[in-house]
Design a protein around this ligand. Structure first.
Ligand SMILES: Nc1nc2c(c(=O)[nH]1)N[C@H]1C(S)=C(S)[C@@H](COP(=O)(O)OP(=O)(O)OC[C@H]3O[C@@H](n4cnc5c(=O)[nH]c(N)nc54)[C@H](O)[C@@H]3O)O[C@H]1N2
Ligand SMILES: Nc1nc2c(c(=O)[nH]1)N[C@H]1C(S)=C(S)[C@@H](COP(=O)(O)OP(=O)(O)OC[C@H]3O[C@@H](n4cnc5c(=O)[nH]c(N)nc54)[C@H](O)[C@@H]3O)O[C@H]1N2
Ligand code: SF4
Ligand SMILES: [Mo]
Length: 691
């Protein structure tokens, strides 16, 4: 039997085809005709079946006893204990004493039921690791377009004439689209703006080594230059975008003579960039974590959108201010998790939106949340101050991935009751749990993911989960029932993932992300559907973009220039901490905190067992260190021992540590963008000493 599903690693959304016999996977191949991956898959996708290996898994829930030991218990017992503890904490300490932390890596139906039971049913705070990743893009699209709407399709990368990557390293992070770009669009010119000479930068036509966090000044200067040279579409800007005169006046201060100081770039480089932009018809910008993870991230993302407004690089093939999403279903979590908005992007304070939700879900208004959740860091901080007493962590490993994670040492002792729900019982976070719930992998359950270009794709059950292991959907639903929420939440309407999908679909009617034309069962073995697809609307094209009519989702249908004076650097390298630390992805086969890629033999054979500090030859000479020497790296937040690797990827004064090996976040800072509350993972100052 052959069965197709969507890859559950990155948000590219590749489709994979499995040959299965007697519940055994015989082979996994990329789908040849799929519009996303066209027969390609990276080593994570190809080896995804190793996730199912039982090596780090267990067949029953585990409960911590008085001595601290974890013992197997039945599912019935687990549900009972969770219900008892959650109700007890809620009764004793009131609303706000319970929270969940979830993810961009489970199907949207599971996110929806979690948000429903957690936020609607129990009044929990509940945020996702999407906050650590995509919150900036979501806020910037909301502010500039009026809705969280990435407007592009992968076809835009394959047809663009000029692809400008800002703070993105797709050769590592989005390998399939990167390979497709190089194969299918050989004439495209590629520019990379990144302080690091990344794998992507090395293959590009032009690398612009911007000073760390210098992007905002660079983009304002670029805007000013384009306006001064009259390289903009003034008619479009005047008719369709708000705030142009104010924006023009604001950026007029950003002149070429100040450029080198503010962003480390010579004026001729910016002129070359501007001329290239002016000389191409199809110009596209692609940004990822180098933009999103900063203390002034939202304004930087908006500065990219502003450039696209100026030159009308939007609503046309091969164009766009295109944020690349990280996790397979980050887009699902942005719209359907009831964390930062109500379902389908509906507003907490809109009576009309609340009525629609009330009517479709048949619930009382008072249980619908009235505001966005506290952010990820605010939840962790409330655990520190003991205001949050019960925490439910699903499909994320913050002990490794949260910034400044030395704060989280002995996490278990800071919280009354910690539930961790993961595939593997031995993640750094699962090891802290009072109660552990073992879950099915994406190949053992069903639902839908929404990829980076708004494409809904089916997640199909390729094999049955091992006995004793359940899907997140089933677990969350059973917890809801054990909590006695059946009547209040009308859980009979939520029996299966398909039910949850149909409820979300009904709620989406009339919204920008309307999916009333999508049939859950028709998504299976299909090319997927990019939202919106309205009731009875025919899907005429595999690739669809937004804003072809230049009507944005704001009230007056206009886009908006948004800008603000750049902030001072939070801290500059100094005598104590003389180097900048950058963190990020370290290899195509390495996924985040490595729990999901460690079982893949090819990954074990190809990647180092421990992390390295990448350092320039010049700095290595000054410190008198060479490859494989052990150094102590310290920041004001923590320290680590790590081996040195001299690399031409980093320039003098900067060092790089990957995010994967539980090292980087001992050093990173508790520093957040004020609008998106996304952590500034890519900015810290450190010292390095030879041991
Ligand atoms: N193999 C692999 N692929 C992945 C993942 C993985 O773990 N492994 N994770 C997925 C997820 S969730 C995400 S979010 C994406 C992330 O994908 P990317 O954002 O492409 O990955 P990063 O390496 O985190 O960051 C990108 C670049 O930002 C640069 N950067 C840092 N500071 C600045 C700055 O101030 N300005 C500019 N212009 N650039 C800067 C860094 O040098 C880095 O090269 O990858 C997804 N794909
Ligand atoms: N220093 C630094 N830190 C970073 C970043 C950085 O660039 N630099 N990037 C940040 C970004 S962009 C991200 S997205 C985060 C990622 O950070 P995390 O989400 O903490 O990383 P993962 O290793 O993907 O953890 C996901 C967990 O979910 C489990 N899991 C997978 N599928 C399922 C499922 O279906 N059900 C359940 N219940 N569990 C499942 C996996 O086993 C794994 O333990 O890290 C952030 N941290
Ligand atoms: S590029 Fe992303 S979606 Fe495609 S196979 Fe690799 S990890 Fe999976
Ligand atoms: Mo991410």
């Amino acid at each position: 039997m052959s069965i197709q599903t969507t890859c559950s690693f990155c948000a590219t959304g590749c489709n994979l085809e499995f040959e299965v016999e007697n519940n055994n996977i015989l082979s996994c191949k990329p789908v040849i005709i799929h519009p996303v991956n066209k027969g390609l898959a990276c080593i994570k996708g190809r080896n995804i079946a190793y996730q199912n290996s039982m090596e780090h898994r267990i067949n029953s829930p585990l409960l911590r006893d008085e001595e601290g030991k974890m013992n197997p218990i039945s599912w019935e017992k687990a549900y009972e204990i969770i219900a008892e503890k959650f109700i007890d904490i809620n009764n004793k300490y009131g609303r706000g004493s319970l929270a969940f932390l979830s993810t961009g890596q489970i199907p949207l139906e599971e996110m929806a039921i979690l948000g429903y039971i957690g936020r609607f049913g129990l009044g929990m705070e509940g945020d996702g690791n999407t906050r650590l990743c995509m919150a900036t893009a979501a806020v910037s699209y909301n502010q500039s377009f009026g809705f969280d709407a990435p407007s592009y399709s992968w076809n835009d990368l394959m047809t663009t004439e000029l692809a400008i990557f800002i703070g993105a390293n797709p050769a590592i992070s989005h390998p399939v689209p990167w390979w497709r770009l190089r194969k299918e669009n050989k004439d495209a010119e590629i520019i990379v703006i990144d302080p690091r000479k990344t794998e992507t930068a090395k293959m590009a036509n032009m690398w612009i080594p911007v000073k760390l966090k210098g992007d905002l000044c660079l983009l304002y200067t670029l805007a000013n230059y384009l306006i001064e040279k009259n390289y903009i579409d003034i008619e479009f800007v005047r008719n369709k975008i708000e705030n142009f005169d104010e924006f023009k006046k604001f950026v007029s201060e950003y002149t070429l003579d100040k450029l080198e100081d503010s962003c480390g770039i010579k004026d001729n480089v910016l002129i070359e960039l501007a001329e290239k932009i002016h000389n191409k018809k199809k110009v596209s910008f692609w940004w990822t974590m180098g933009v999103n993870q900063s203390y002034e991230a939202t304004r930087t993302a908006e500065a990219i959108i502003n450039i696209c407004f100026l030159i009308k690089a939007i609503g046309k093939e091969g164009c766009g201010p295109n944020s690349l999403t990280g996790q397979c279903n980050a887009m699902g979590s942005r719209l359907y998790s009831a964390e930062t908005c109500l379902f389908a992007g509906r507003k907490f304070n809109s009576e009309n939106d609340r009525k629609i939700i009330r009517d479709i879900l048949e619930i009382q208004d008072e249980i619908i949340p009235t505001r966005a959740t506290l952010a990820f860091n605010e939840i962790i901080e409330k655990v520190e101050t003991k205001d949050i007493k019960g925490l439910w962590i699903i499909a994320t490993n913050p002990m490794v991935s949260y910034p400044h994670n030395t704060l989280m040492e002995n996490f278990n002792s800071k919280i009354d009751f910690l539930v961790v729900q993961d595939i593997y019982y031995d993640t750094e976070t699962a090891k802290e749990a009072d109660l552990f719930l073992p879950t099915a992998t994406s190949l053992e359950k069903e639902g839908t993911f929404i990829n980076t270009e708004r494409r809904l794709g089916a997640v199909q059950k390729v094999v049955e989960p091992p006995e004793g292991i359940k899907s997140d959907y089933e677990i969350i639903l059973e917890i809801g029932k054990a909590l006695g929420l059946n009547d209040k939440l009308k859980l009979d309407k939520w029996k299966t993932p398909k039910d949850a999908f149909n409820l979300m679909k009904a709620i989406s009617e009339g919204m920008p992300c309307d999916i009333t034309g999508v049939e859950y069962d028709n998504l299976k073995n299909s090319n997927g559907v990019q939202w919106p697809l309205r009731y009875k609307e025919n899907l005429e094209n595999d690739y669809r973009i937004l804003f072809e009519d230049y009507n944005f989702y704001t009230e007056n249908k206009k886009g908006k220039f948004i800008f603000e004076t750049p902030q001072e650097y939070p801290e500059l390298p100094n005598e104590q901490y003389p180097f900048y630390l950058i963190t990020g992805r370290g290899g195509v086969g390495l996924w985040h905190t490595l729990t999901r890629t460690r079982n893949m033999p090819i990954v074990q054979h190809t990647y180092p067992k421990e992390d390295y500090l990448l350092i320039s030859q010049q700095d290595a000479d000054n410190l008198k260190v060479k490859d494989e020497d052990l150094v102590l790296v310290s920041s004001k937040n923590g320290n680590c021992n790590i081996k040195v690797k001299v690399s031409d990827e980093v320039v003098a004064g900067q060092v790089f540590i990957s995010m994967h090996y539980n090292v980087a976040n001992r050093l990173t800072d508790s520093l957040y963008d004020p609008y998106s509350k996304e952590p500034s993972y890519k900015y810290a100052t450190v010292s390095i000493k030879k041991i």
